[in-house]
Design a protein around this ligand. Sequence first.
Ligand SMILES: O=C(O)CCC(=O)C(=O)O
Ligand SMILES: [Fe+2]
Length: 350
Amino acid sequence: MATARIPVIDISGEEDKAQVAKDLVEAAIEHGFIYIKNTGKDIPVEAVDEAFDISKILFKAPLEEKQACKIQQNNRGWSGMQVETLDPKSQRVGDYKEAFNFGPFTDNHASQPIPPTILPYEAQISRFTDYCYNLCLKIQTLLGVGLSVTPPDFFTTAHLRENGPSGTILRMLYYPPLTSTDASTSDVRAGAHSDYGSMTCLFRLKGQAGLEVQSREGEWLPVPVCPPGTENDPAPPILVNIGDLLSYWTNGLLRSTVHRVVFPGAEGRQPLDGERDAEEGRYSMAFFCHPVGSTKLTAVPSERVRSYVPEGETKALNPYAERKVMTADEHLQMRLRASYLQLYDDKKED
Ligand SMILES: O=C(O)CCC(=O)C(=O)O
Ligand SMILES: [Fe+2]
């Protein structure tokens, strides 16, 4: 079966940063997705394993505990089955998943209610978000170098926590197995969408298929958890994808690719080799990296961006900059309103 041909890049070594930066930029332009080889140097393998273990404990916590932490308009907390609809234009029902969003931590403590069941693990979750944050800064620095942005740490500076609050979120996700009668394989686990932030780091478990990306021709291609060449690595690669903000910042040069999560075997497709739905369901974790909320979404100073002419299509351009320059916060609020129909329903202005 055809799968997405996403490059695998090792950013953990010391040698030839310029080449690594160039490879990252080319992958971000061509695919919008990059596998970051997991050598355990940037994020220890045990930290990822621990976070997945905590996620399993979290979703098994008593329903009342999760309900007491229901998602708020600040995008933090628990969203239950079918609460979020990532593709409201075509979905019949909401996403077949549960999710828990963690905002920032201070001194290893969450700044939001969390279920008492996972309180003993607060410091580990906090540490894991720090690893993800630092990995994002490293990638943003490389992207700035690869695009010759002036200054090259432009993206990095825009994301520094010390420069102000942002919409950055660690999201733990649980997609239950399809056993109940209230869903069918024609429903989706996560509707087609592009990500709202600047970039996302996605962690998946071996054997748990389901993510698909849309090719330029509109075809849906599965994204293997362990692509060729990574089978013997200590852990599956971290899948990084470009979100809408890095695309707006670069006038569409970096590609924010539409993706979704489907049930294995949906629409008669064969699951990838060695990947099928586990009886326990599917778990993943996404670190959505956002710049400081007040950041303006205008094109960055880079000759490569300035001279980029999109081929034939204009939809990749930042549609908002034409009317009014939006800030990162305004953009996030707009996107959240569209996907959490009930959460914002009471307060609808239109
Ligand atoms: O669970 C996955 O594999 C992807 C989730 C995703 O795309 C998202 O939450 O934005
Ligand atoms: Fe996504």
